[in-house]
Design a protein around this ligand. Structure first.
Ligand code: TMP
Length: 210
């Protein structure tokens, strides 16, 4: 089973995905926790280029190809082999981030992005995607308050982040069977319980102990 977490930085998704991984492991499941961009040695190098605050000249088309390159590496090297072994894969971001940030945020052609994405991923779709939905204003405030790592994409203006949010909500409306929306403004414990409650009915039955 392949589960992805989406939403803005500051929505708590990275904390929540770690908690979910622990909970699933405690149940005896084989869990692979990864993140985008990154998740492989090559992907982490690409992540540094993407996040470098000096790279202000980066073109949106170059950006999407770099994200896709990191993703192609992750899917081929890590995700597909783990799924083939019957494990659960949790990814902090996947191709919906490209559709939301580069497509809705930067206005790049969505059909082209979908084609590039399908090529990069071998057509691998998540089984479930959780949207940590949060007002972008609140997300940025939280990141400043927590002194979190500040990346090049955080530096885009608020209107950009509002378009990203609207994009996520549109993706959710288009595929309601795959997406689950969570209110990320709620307190951490409540959010963790909401994550668990919505995933539990969708998790495959565990193999009986040998
Ligand atoms: P994060 O690892 O802190 O979530 O930061 C990743 C940043 O990269 C975040 O601002 C969203 C952005 N991003 C894209 O714009 N497109 C993508 O395809 C991915 C995976 C991330």
């Amino acid at each position: 089973m392949f589960i992805t977490f989406e939403g803005p930085d500051g929505s708590g998704k990275s904390t929540q995905i770690k908690r979910l991984a622990e909970r699933l492991r405690a149940e005896g499941r084989q869990v692979l926790l990864t993140r985008e961009p990154g998740g492989t040695a090559i992907g982490e190098q690409i992540r540094n280029v993407l996040h470098d605050l000096h790279n202000t000249a980066m073109q949106p088309r170059a950006e999407i190809l770099l994200y896709s390159a990191a993703r192609a590496q992750l899917v081929g090297e890590v995700i597909l082999p783990h799924l083939a072994g019957g494990g659960v894969v949790l990814s902090d971001r996947y191709y919906d981030s490209t559709l939301a940030y580069q497509g809705y945020g930067h206005g790049l052609d969505l059909a082209a992005l979908r084609q590039i994405t399908a090529f990069a991923t071998h057509g691998l779709k998540p089984d479930v995607t959780l949207l940590f939905d949060l007002d972008p204003d609140l997300g940025l405030q939280r990141r400043l308050a927590n002194r979190e790592e500040w990346n090049r994409l955080d530096a885009y203006d608020l209107a950009f982040h509002q378009r990203v949010r609207a994009g996520y909500l549109e993706l959710l409306r288009a595929e309601p069977e795959r997406w689950i929306r969570l209110d990320a403004a709620q307190e951490r414990e409540a959010l963790a319980e909401a994550v668990w409650a919505c995933l539990l009915p969708r998790l495959p039955a565990r193999a009986p102990a040998a």
